[in-house]
Design a protein around this ligand. Sequence first.
Ligand code: NAD
Length: 181
Amino acid sequence: MEVVVITKRGTLIGRMQPIHNGHISVIKETLKEMDEIIIGIGSAQISHTIENPFTAGERILMLSKALTEHNIDPSRYYIIPLEDIACNSLWVAHVKMLTPPFTKIYSGNPLVKELFQENHYDVITPPLFNRKEYSGTEVRRRMLNNGNWEKLIPKSVTKIIKDINGVERIKYLNQKEVSQL
Ligand code: NAD
């Protein structure tokens, strides 16, 4: 009798503004349980704001370089940009349409968890690694205040942020947004 092997595939969705060490830890942990991971780059249409400074393309570049830096086998992940939609109740169908089939969703975001639970997905809340420091908000705060943001993210991501003048971008956006108040 032929044995059918089913690929265990899980999904993690995040804005990843920018990718930090917490994201890398959760991806590594997920790959201990799953054969493959789908990494959705959330709010792909948004960039050039204080909360979402980087484009989807820049975030894809950061993520692929960071996963290479951490020796994660490229045959085990898919990176997919996901634009937001106006209708939360249809979002899971939107994500499903754009991604390979998966059974588990890994998220700490209450809205993401709720929407997938309502659609009968297996929802896993991964443990947070050093959340006080490993958070996009903290990385961006340090960039604005000349703090040590490099320590919170993979070296390859630091290089990309420097190459695209990311810190200058955030500082400029901050000035612009404050002057518009
Ligand atoms: P995020 O980058 O803040 O976090 C993503 C995930 O990374 C978290 O859920 C958590 O599991 C993990 N993580 C973060 N820090 C960690 C740490 N220190 N240790 C371990 N794990 C850590 O992204 P987010 O804001 O949760 O992204 C959700 C995306 O889904 C957004 O882009 C949102 O717009 C989108 N969304 C869209 C709709 C819609 O379009 N209607 C609806 C719901 C959600």
